[in-house]
Design a protein around this ligand. Structure first.
Ligand code: SF4
Length: 427
């Protein structure tokens, strides 16, 4: 039985209890939300990691993407990125490798990752097709599904599949026109394959094969948004919404088959449309967990796109998005290095935390109260312990002159906290 089937029978598993404790929810609530598709637990049956709950009433989770490209291949570097993203609190990691020994890297990451791991199998299927046939366009349907199955067998916890990118959505794209057409790498591979071969998307047409693979390992489907807008001017157009409607139908089919699914979302979205996008997804996709890629609220943040994404992520999370995919400062520029990964994770953690305060998640509200109390007490170690990057803050405080050990150099002798303590309490 899959998790959904077990939950439908009213059986509360140890895994559900573990998630319930972590999320300060009752096991019955978690179980019922899994049965109804409002929440998922991302963990392949082959893995022994802490189960990751994503969904209704839960803390907003974040994911960090790592992986090689053809021009930049180092397993050691990717392992270091994994170590750092875990250290700074990412709840999940996606291996998006497209270069070098992809399978070996995935196995190594899966073996070393204490957090949930996701992949986009079409990347590997495309690389293999080029190696075997000389072109991704010659990739066979069987080869695509064999690759997906091999990811599941190796313990991948969730896979992105662009099943909603149908010929219908492509026709919307063609007829309305966009500035940036498609920016999803997996979506673009699928689109070219479909157009040149004049065939429907196999991930849509043979969706039953995906369901069958997921059943075997209780792997979660992350229904990808191949039509996600790549610039704010393209946001919330017919192609994006057409795909979202299809994703909602596919989530329902998965749920009926006992398979967990989350929905991926945009992309680049202007501020006034962020909340509307979340409401639209929740409504069209039956309340399924929403995994947003940013969203970036401006196209011009190059070098600082982690900030554009954190602004969008905080608003999206507050509006009900459940899972934020980080964006690093190197987005749109180059493959992220280890420092970019750290910056991306921290920006995304701040966005998720801000969203959780808005959602009233008790642990988030309490953390800020603790920080405020430490701040009032001028307890620097306490404040540092509540920060998202204690090492950085400690280093910033390291060279304070002795006269400023108690306060800081912002106001020094005019420290407002000290002044008011003295005035009100004579301290
Ligand atoms: S010196 Fe100013 S900024 Fe620094 S702790 Fe006091 S009030 Fe805060």
């Amino acid at each position: 039985m899959t998790r959904i089937e077990t939950a439908r029978k009213g059986i509360i598993t140890d895994e559900v209890k573990e998630v319930a404790v972590a999320e300060c929810l009752s096991p019955e609530t978690v179980s019922s939300d899994i049965a109804n598709g409002y929440s998922v637990i991302s963990r392949n049956t082959k893995r022994a990691i802490t189960p990751l709950g994503i969904g209704r009433g839960m803390r907003t989770k974040i994911n960090a993407n790592i992986g090689t490209s053809k021009d930049h291949i180092s397993i050691d570097e990717e392992l270091e990125k994994l170590r750092l993203l875990v250290k700074y609190g990412s709840d999940a990691v996606m291996d998006l490798s497209t270069g070098g020994p992809i399978k070996e890297l995935r196995r190594t990451l899966t073996e070393h990752s204490p957090v949930s791991i996701g992949t986009v199998p079409i990347y590997e299927a495309a690389v293999k097709a080029v190696e075997k046939h000389g072109s991704v366009l010659k990739m066979t349907v069987d080869e695509l599904f064999e690759t997906i199955e091999s990811h599941a067998e190796e313990g991948v916890d969730f896979v992105t599949v662009h099943s909603g990118l149908t010929m219908g959505a492509v026709n919307h794209l063609k007829s309305q026109g966009r500035i940036l057409d498609i920016v999803s790498r997996g979506g673009s591979i699928m689109l070219e394959w479909m157009i040149i071969n004049n065939k429907e998307n196999p991930l849509f047409e043979h969706y039953d094969r995906l369901i069958k693979i997921c059943r075997k390992y209780d792997m979660t489907l992350s229904l990808g948004d191949g039509m996600r807008p790549g610039c704010v001017a393209d946001a919330t157009d017919r192609a994006q919404v057409e795909e979202l409607i299809i994703l909602g139908k596919l989530q329902k089919i998965a749920l009926e088959a006992g398979i967990q699914a989350i929905i991926e979302g945009p992309g680049h979205v202007p501020l006034p449309q962020v909340e509307m996008n979340i409401k639209l997804q929740k409504s069209l996709c039956n309340g399924a967990p929403f995994y947003v890629l940013g969203p970036l609220v401006t196209d011009c943040g190059m070098g600082y796109d982690h900030i554009s994404a954190a602004i969008g992520g905080a608003i999206a999370g507050a509006a009900g998005a459940d899972f934020l995919c980080y964006v690093t400062p190197s987005e749109h520029v180059r493959l992220p290095n280890a420092d970019d990964v750290v910056e991306g994770v921290i920006a995304s953690k701040i966005a998720a935390h801000a969203a959780d305060i808005s959602k009233g998640i008790p642990s988030a509200v309490e953390r800020d109260k603790k920080m405020a109390r430490y701040r009032k007490a001028l307890d620097w170690e306490g404040q540092i312990s509540m920060s998202f990057n204690p090492e950085k803050v400690r280093a910033m405080r390291a060279h304070m002159p002795p006269s400023q050990k108690e306060v800081c150099s912002m106001c020094a002798d005019f420290c407002a906290i000290k002044t008011v303590e003295r005035a009100l309490h004579g301290k």
